[in-house]
Every structure is written in C-alpha cells, then in structure tokens.
Design a protein around this ligand. Structure first.
Ligand code: FAD
Ligand code: NAI
Length: 463
C-alpha cells in the first residue's frame, strides 16, 4: 500500500459509483471517489430518477384534483397550479438526498476528489491537477443524453430531460421526440399540468424492449389520456424562432413531410455512455461499437485493477442495476464474491398507471422454448376497482415443462411496487404454482399477480 494513495478510486458518484465507494470503505479499503458535479448522486439523484419522480408525484396529485377525479370521490377543491412551489419541492428532494450521500461519504471515510478524473496510466488518475495512484480504479461515469443530428438542444425551447424537469411555465404544446421511458414520464408530467403533448416515435410501438402486449396496452392508455402518438414517424429537423419551435416530421418509411408547431421540444431518444475525457487509451482500455466499456462477469475490464459498472457498461441503464453492480464490484475487489443476476433486473416506467417488468418478454420466452402464459386484468382486482384504477393487467410467463417463472409484466397504478415480489420469486427460482399458492393480503393490487399465476394453469378465481 505504501506507494499507493488509495486501495480504490471510483470515478463518478452516481448510484453505481457512490454505492461502490461506500461498500469498499465498509470492507476496510482506503477509498476515494472522483466526481465533477457540485453535488454527489450522479444523474439519478441530480437530474434523473429523483427530480423526475418529484414532478411525477406532484403532477399526479394536481391532475387528480384538477381533472375532477377527486370530486368524484366527494372531495371538492378549487385548484390552482403554483409551478414555482412544485419546482421548489423538486429541488428540496434533490438537495436532501444528494446531501445525504455527502454525509454517508464522511461517515464511511470516503474521500471526495472534486473534479474531472482522467487516466494518466493503468493505476493513476489526475483530478483537478493532482495525481493519485490506486491499486484499483472503478469507472462509473454513467451516461448522457444522445443528441439527434441536426437538432440543437438549447435547454430552453429544445430541451433534454434536464431542461424538461425545469420548464419555467407549462408549454402550450410539447413535442416529445422518442416514445421511450423519459418521453412518456416527462410527457406525462407536462400533460397533467395542462400541456398538449405529442409523442413522435420512430418505431411502430412505444417502449422498445418491453413485452408486445404491454406496449400495445400502454399506447391505448396514453391515447385515452389525451396524448397524441405519432408512431412510425421520424423527425427530420427542428427550427427555433422567437421562442417557438417548428418540428418537421415524416413517415419513418419515407413519404410526405408535415410540420408541428411547439412551445417546447423534448429530445429523449436514448442515452450514451460517458467516456470522453477519461483518456481510456492511457490505461490501455477501449470501448465497443456502442461506446460502452466491456466487462467480464466480475466487472473487470481486462486491464488488471480496472473495473467498470453502471450505465457505462452494457445492460439496462437503470439506477438499481448500477447500485447492485457497485456492491458486487467492491466485494470482488475485497476478495469476496460479488454477483449480479442480470436475468432478474426489474424495470419500471413511472407513468399512470405504472408499467413494470422483470425477466423475459413473451416474445423472447417463446423464442427460447414452449411457455404457458397467465393473465389477469386489474379491472377484476377488487382493490384496483375500488380505487377507480381499472386500467392494465398482470401477465405471468412460465416454462411449459418446469413451470418456472420466466417473466412478469404489469400495467397497474402501483406496478412499480408490485414487481418486487415477482423479482424475488424469480430470484428464488419460483414456479407459477409457488406464487399461486402464496397467501396474498386482501384487498391488495398484488392479488392480481397471484391470480395471473393461477391463470397459468387456467384456474384464476375472479374472472
Ligand atoms: P450516473 O448516475 O450517470 O453518474 C455518473 C457520474 O459520474 C456523474 O455524476 C458524472 O458527473 C460523473 N462523471 C462522469 N465522468 C467523470 C469524470 N471523468 N470524472 C469525475 N466524474 C465524472 N433509473 C432508474 O432505475 N429509475 C428511474 O426512475 C430513473 N429515472 C431517470 C430519469 C431521467 C430523467 C434520467 C435521465 C435517467 C433516469 N434513470 C432512472 C436512469 C439512471 O439515472 C441511471 O441509470 C443511473 O444514474 C446510472 O448510474 P451510474 O452510477 O452508472 O451513472
Ligand atoms: P429509451 O431508449 O427508453 O427510448 C428512446 C426512444 O426513442 C425509443 O423508443 C426509440 O425508438 C426512439 N427514437 C430513437 N431515435 C428516434 C428518432 N430519431 N425519432 C423518433 N424516435 C426515436 O431512451 P430514453 O427515454 O431517452 O431514456 C434513456 C434511458 O434512461 C433509458 O434507457 C432508461 O433506462 C433510463 N431511464 C429510466 C427510467 C426509469 O427507470 N423509470 C426513467 C427515465 C430514464
């Protein structure tokens, strides 16, 4: 250790990096974490998961009051939007949580190296003009918005997710480019607050990668909510004049162009890994075609002592996946066995209703072998019905021979909470029968998972 400054230097303090740093320190390793932002927590806490959920929660409550949903329950209120206060509570949530990570760093004696880190060798990095040598370096630099060629993001009229979280007033018309997770979540926020929202999606369905039936149902529900969906459509240009945008679109397969006038345009066509400025070549590292750093099962990069986790490596760009990889990599560095089961990573879209999934889609499961599928509509779930939340369903996919659960897909008001039991069941290797014979509390939305599991063998009770 004598000529090393640290056992571990983690580059990036997002959910991957800060968790790796804390676990490494807990395991007795002398640890530092380089972060160039003014606050810790990465994309997720500063401009991602947390602020978006703060706006989703507040806008959902506003919509319940403003749209008359509450009045139908006998709650009458005069509703007025105070957007400044709504933004204030978002900023408070971010401040509280990012400050919390700073506290945890101090508590666990993780040193924060403030500034951009760049490799100067296989075991050295430079941060803010100072050189540090470490036995292990973990790259956890995350991702940034993918730009759309020819469309300039000014974060005022044409915004990324970061600008879309902070719009100072509700746009009359918001055009969302990309019907993925960010487009639907942030589109929902501004739709609920009064904007007309048009989603332009290149593919013929929203939410690529999700189960086919779920994608169709989601489109039906968002349309019913008043979102305009332009599927199989591509954006060929955006011009901005006098604070307004003109978006030119045409059919993805080619054809006549049309223009959409918008007060704001959200570019949400995906995210790409952050490796620029790291001087990877000085450490003997390269990236793959998608700009990601390839890793082995243990999160090693192939260069001894250099590891990588989170959005910068292949796999879903999700905070909890990054966190679990952060714990695993620290444990591997400490000589323990850190494992992440990448087959069981849940994903949640926090719209209303929520959309959640874990494991294989029906399409992927069928491509691998014979399956049995059980479905149960939320309309027949007593709690969802009582709460006036009839939209959506649960689908359980099981191996036809072994009955082992291969995937669970849910659209329901609280799908994000429901999916945890499915992930746990799959992690324990459950069969659909195991779920069907597990006692579920009544009345809960989760009973729909039990019924969908019963439906795998054709025996649900309430339908
Ligand atoms: P990041 O969180 O991106 O952190 C990387 C950090 O590294 C950054 O702070 C960056 O400043 C720093 N950095 C980069 N390069 C350097 C360098 N050279 N030197 C020093 N520091 C550097 N995921 C979910 O699971 N649930 C959600 O609800 C969710 N909502 C999201 C909403 C939005 C609007 C967005 C944009 C993303 C959302 N995500 C969500 C995705 C989630 O934010 C990411 O998957 C997660 O943050 C990845 O964690 P990470 O640690 O790999 O990287
Ligand atoms: P995404 O990959 O989810 O969706 C991008 C969409 O844009 C796709 O549907 C794609 O077909 C479409 N698209 C691509 N190019 C296009 C073009 N030129 N014109 C029209 N459509 C085009 O990416 P998104 O929404 O930007 O989110 C990035 C990542 O952030 C996601 O992969 C997700 O992992 C993460 N995230 C997770 C959240 C969550 O877990 N709740 C919330 C927000 C983001």
């Amino acid at each position: 250790m004598s000529d090393y400054d640290f056992d571990v230097i983690v580059i990036g303090a997002g959910p991957g990096g800060y968790v790796a740093a804390i676990r490494a320190a807990q395991l007795g390793l002398k640890t530092a974490c380089a972060e160039s932002r003014e606050t810790l927590g990465g994309t997720c806490l500063n401009v991602g998961c947390i602020p978006s959920k703060a706006m989703l929660h507040a806008s959902e409550l506003y919509d319940e009051a403003a749209s008359g949903k509450l009045a139908k329950l006998g709650i009458k209120a005069t509703v007025e939007l105070d957007l400044d206060t709504m933004h204030g509570q978002r900023r408070d949530a971010v401040k509280g949580l990012t400050g919390g990570i700073e506290y945890l760093f101090k508590k666990n004696k993780v040193e924060w190296l403030k500034g951009l880190a760049a490799f100067t060798g296989k075991d050295t990095v430079e941060v803010a003009g100072k050189s540090y040598r470490a036995k292990n370096i973990v790259i956890a630099t995350g991702s940034s918005v993918t730009p759309l060629p020819g469309v300039e993001i000014d974060e005022k009229v044409v915004v990324s997710s970061t600008g879309a979280l902070e719009l100072p007033k509700v746009p009359g018309h918001l055009v969302v480019i990309g019907g993925g997770v960010i487009g639907l979540e942030l589109g929902s926020v501004w739709k609920r607050l009064g904007a007309k929202v048009t989603v332009v999606e290149y593919l013929d369905q929203l939410l690529p990668g999700m189960d086919g039936e779920i994608r169709k149902e989601a489109a039906k529900i968002f349309k019913k909510q008043g979102m305009e969906l332009k599927l199989s459509t591509k954006v060929t240009g955006v011009t901005v004049k006098g604070g307004k945008a003109t978006v030119t679109v045409e059919p993805a397969a080619g054809g006549a162009a049309e223009t959409l006038e918008a007060d704001a345009v959200l570019v949400s066509i995906g995210r790409r890994p952050n490796t620029e400025g790291l001087a990877l070549e000085r450490a003997g590292l390269t990236t793959n075609k998608r700009g990601q750093i390839e890793v082995d099962h243990d999160f090693g990069t192939g260069v001894p002592g250099i590891w990588a986790i989170g959005d910068v490596v292949p796999g879903p760009m999700l905070a909890h996946k990054a966190e679990d990889e952060g714990i695993a990599v620290a444990e591997n560095i400490a000589g323990l066995t850190g494992i992440v089961n990448h087959d069981v990573i849940p994903g949640v879209v926090y719209t209303f209703p929520e959309i959640a999934a874990v494991g294989l889609t029906e399409e992927d499961a069928k491509a691998r072998g014979e399956v049995k599928v059980g479905k149960f509509p939320m309309m027949a779930n007593s709690r969802a019905k009582t709460n006036h939340e009839p939209d959506g369903f649960v689908k359980v996919i099981a191996d036809a021979k072994t009955d082992r659960v291969l995937g669970v897909h849910i659209i329901a008001s609280v799908a994000g909470t429901m999916i945890a039991q499915a992930a746990q069941a799959m992690e324990f290797g459950a069969t659909s029968e195991d779920i069907a014979y597990t006692c579920h509390a009544h009345p809960t939305h989760s009973e729909a998972i039990k019924e969908a599991a019963m439906a795998v063998t054709g025996k649900p009770i309430h339908i």
